[in-house]
Design a protein around this ligand. Structure first.
Ligand SMILES: [Zn+2]
Length: 144
């Protein structure tokens, strides 16, 4: 007779408490803990804290990796490039003037967006129990 070990995925193991995806991403975007919305997520510009200072949620299981940088490029690129094309088409100002505006604009908006977008990515991963954020994950599957 076959026995089912607790590490085996069954219909019941998939029924963990639902986490609000949008609330978690909004809290992360404000650089707050995705679970309580109060504790700070970051201890440095892009370094997440080890734990939430309010509720103690462990932030170390996140695997944001390069996704925040990729998303920043997508967002900023879709704002700056169409604006530059529209201005060039309609006004064609001097190249030095365009570079003097677009380069700092791109740089500053990228820096401003990077931390909130990383926070939203960590909130996304927490809400979907990705990586180590699933406390009911079978122990025989490595977190990475
Ligand atoms: Zn918290």
């Amino acid at each position: 007779m076959e026995t089912v070990s607790p590490a085996t995925w069954t219909r019941d193991t998939g029924h963990a408490e639902k986490r609000d995806l949008w609330a978690a991403m909004k809290r992360g975007f404000r650089c707050r803990c995705p679970r309580c919305g109060e504790g700070k997520m970051f201890r440095a510009f892009l370094k997440t804290a080890n734990n939430c200072s309010k509720c103690g949620l462990d932030f170390t299981p996140h695997r944001a990796d390069d996704l925040p940088a990729y998303l920043v490029i997508v967002v900023v690129g879709h704002i700056v490039v169409p604006a530059a094309l529209w201005i060039e088409t309609n006004y064609s100002p001097a190249v030095w003037l365009q570079l003097a505006i677009y380069l700092p604009l791109t740089f500053i908006s990228s820096l401003l967006l990077l931390q909130p977008i990383k926070g939203a990515v960590v909130g996304f991963q927490w809400a979907l129990r990705m990586h180590g954020f699933d406390e009911n994950a079978p122990g025989d599957i490595p977190p990475v």
